[in-house]
Design a protein around this ligand. Structure first.
Ligand code: ATP
Length: 353
């Protein structure tokens, strides 16, 4: 048990995300832990910039942040990622009985995607193609100069050795931790290293070098399209997967799909001295206000958060309470084939605590 009161910033996010956050806060409060929750208003009240500034200050004074998905109205997410250098986005994918999986045999699926969180194509480096003309770029594939005379847009992908090494090291440490707990001790690296030989090739090379320092780890690597097939056909073979930002983003939605959907996929973003926690899903604007969002992903993210804060037993209790609600199957939300409202599912989870 953590030895002093912790401070958690709660940012409920936009659209339907605050409904999942409200349910999660009910479950967290039921655990009666020594945690001060610093709660901010939902997204639409953020339009005035000073709330964002207040959130940054609160984040700086906190132990961690629980974050509801945003549609981009806040800059807090930029601060939580780049400001706090939370470089490893950890996305566990674990099937439990009662999850609405489309697979015939989902039992035993239990792996984690570690997605590099701070670079790749997500730096927003886009612009008009013609701006590249002075660079006189040569296509390595075509062995010809880039034609910048067309109207079009470029996007820049950045992979650095330093960022890759730290996420690779994180993934190796996680593989070892899971191995000590009975896991497979296997690390899988994926990127498009056959085509993007320099950028994704660097990612692959650095991960391979890092894994080589851990003789107990079984290391394998697959080109990302081949990996996508394996993810669907043989997910039981996976343990820890490490990928650059864009592929990690896409693959983790697909991974959520194989166990039963986005409503079930939690995540934590870890840096050297800060971490924050959020569901994998977006703001689900299409179901906003209907009271049917599945709060499991946010609740399971909160369980990861409790573990990070040093409340390991309570983290397990919350995780188990969510999973038991599925095993019981009496109060499931529509995305899971049920008819329950978010509030009914939440009551079932709290009863299981
Ligand atoms: P982003 O780009 O921010 O990841 P998105 O617009 O691609 O978000 P989501 O908001 O994740 O997508 O929603 C995709 C679909 O999944 C929507 O139909 C949404 O209602 C559904 N969905 C997402 N999360 C949940 C949830 N927790 N419970 C129920 N349905 C959900």
């Amino acid at each position: 048990m953590a030895d002093k009161t912790k401070t958690v910033v709660v940012l409920p996010g936009d659209d339907a995300a605050p409904e999942a956050m409200g349910a999660t806060m009910d479950a967290l409060r039921a655990l009666k832990l020594p945690i001060d929750y610093v709660e901010f208003p939902p997204g639409e009240k953020w339009v005035r910039g000073e709330t964002d500034a207040a959130a940054r200050k609160a984040i700086d004074g906190s132990d961690t942040t629980l974050f509801g998905s945003t549609s981009g109205k806040t800059t807090a997410i930029t601060y939580l990622r780049w400001g706090k250098q939370t470089f490893a986005n950890v996305r566990p994918v674990r099937y439990s009985k009662g999850f609405n999986s489309p697979l015939a045999k989902p039992d035993g699926i239990d792996f984690v995607i570690v997605r590099e969180n701070l670079e790749d194509l997500y730096l927003g480096l886009e612009g008009p193609l013609e701006a590249l003309a002075p660079l006189k770029l040569m296509s390595k594939i075509l062995r010809a100069p880039l034609d910048t005379s067309e109207r079009g847009i470029y996007a820049i992908k950045v992979i650095t050795e330093r960022a890759t090494r730290r996420v690779a090291e994180f993934a190796c440490q996680l593989t070892m931790k899971r191995k000590r707990a009975g896991g497979k001790g296997k690390l899988t690296c994926t990127s498009k290293y056959n085509m993007l030989r320099e950028s994704d090739g660097l990612f692959r090379k650095v991960v391979e070098e890092t894994a080589a320092k851990y003789p107990e780890i079984k290391y394998e690597q697959f080109i990302v399209d081949d990996f996508a097939r394996r993810l669907v056909q043989s997910p039981h073979d996976l343990d820890v997967v490490v990928a650059p930002n864009l592929y990690g983003d896409i693959l983790s939605d697909a991974a959520a799909g194989i166990i039963g959907g986005l409503g079930l996929a939690p995540s934590g973003c870890y840096g050297a001295d800060y971490a924050y926690f959020e569901s994998v899903h977006g703001t689900a604007p299409d179901i906003m206000g209907m009271g049917i969002i599945n709060p499991s992903a946010t609740m399971l993210s909160a369980a990861l958060m409790l573990d990070y804060l040093g409340f390991a037993a309570e983290a397990s209790r919350l995780d188990a309470a969510v999973r038991k609600a599925y095993a019981d199957g009496r109060a499931l939300t529509p995305d899971q084939g049920g008819t329950a409202k978010t509030s009914e599912f939440t009551r079932a989870v709290i009863a299981n605590l």
